[in-house]
Design a protein around this ligand. Sequence first.
Ligand code: FES
Length: 102
Amino acid sequence: MFRRDPIPPAEAVEILLDGAPLTARRGDSVAVALLAAGVTRFRGSVVSGAPRAPYCLMGSCFDCLVTIDGAPNRQACLVTVAPGMRIERQSGAPQLLPEAGA
Ligand code: FES
């Protein structure tokens, strides 16, 4: 779907998608990093499980929700990659984390 120029080693950031290593470019959003790596399914819809992927890339559609470093429902288009970041695709309705102190 997308093709990008090779990532210079100085700009490479290693992340994990469902435990598998991926190389992103420093400054990429998680959504851009995954799309550039050929990922087309970010989550399954809550109702039918149909595959969903980023649509708006600006925080409006919520089709890019993933779990990042154990925190569910993060908008992949609004989070910048970081070295060692653990990203997991979601299926259905993930559990919400309790508020601190609740
Ligand atoms: S792609 Fe629409 S909110 Fe992230």
